[in-house]
Design a protein around this ligand. Structure first.
Ligand code: GLN
Length: 193
């Protein structure tokens, strides 16, 4: 059984905790640098990335998280968590920073500001269907060759990744913690050495 820290500064950390606990893992809300020593993997939840960024810096967590991820700690980010993992942002607010973990550009609120939320069935990496919940969701707009695309949507003939993996980091535009599908979280826990 692994110990997973869900970064709990803002957003839907309880939903991630519920699904991971249901898979048999020990989960706790992570808010301090010292707690990084206690975990095998990290989750960055959905919420509001610009607020999460400010809180992460105020709590002195940004650099420690960047170091832990660079040192190989498995991490999963959903929605705002995907934004936090991106190297670059399109449509970030002034001065918005990220953890710069995945060499990709992520567009915030990519499906249009008026599109509050939507449900879609997407094709998962193994060809199977996955029910996905998108809430003011980002998508990946540009990505390095080293980024593995796990799922994508086509909008107006252009392919936009909505789930990606790069080394020990996994990111989804959608909310697997809300739909209750544990396949994405399973990729995270499989990455624990
Ligand atoms: N639009 C939000 C942001 O920019 C993300 C939305 C979400 O996490 N559901 O952070």
């Amino acid at each position: 059984m692994s110990v997973i820290g869900v970064v709990a500064l803002q957003g839907d950390f309880r939903e991630h905790a519920r699904i991971l606990a249901g898979m048999g893992h020990d989960v706790f809300p992570l808010r301090r640098e010292s707690e990084l020593d206690l975990v095998d993997a990290i989750v960055l939840p959905g919420g509001e990335s610009s607020t999460q960024d400010k809180l992460m810096r105020a709590f002195g967590l940004r650099e420690p998280l960047m170091r832990a991820i660079a040192d190989g700690m498995p991490v999963l980010g959903s929605c705002a968590g995907m934004i936090m993992l991106a190297h670059d942002l399109a449509d970030g607010i002034d001065g918005q920073q990220t953890l710069e973990a995945i060499p990709m550009t992520v567009r915030r609120n990519a499906f249009g500001r008026q599109v509050d939320s939507s449900e879609m069935t997407i094709e998962w990496i193994d060809g199977s269907p996955m029910h996905a919940t998108f809430i003011r969701a980002p998508w990946v707009e540009a990505w390095d060759d080293s980024v593995e695309v796990l799922a994508a949507v086509d909008v107006d003939g252009v392919t936009h990744p909505v789930a990606v993996r790069h080394a020990n980091a996994i990111a989804t535009s959608f909310h697997p913690e809300i739909s209750g599908d544990s396949r994405v979280h399973a990729l995270l826990t499989e990455a624990i050495g």
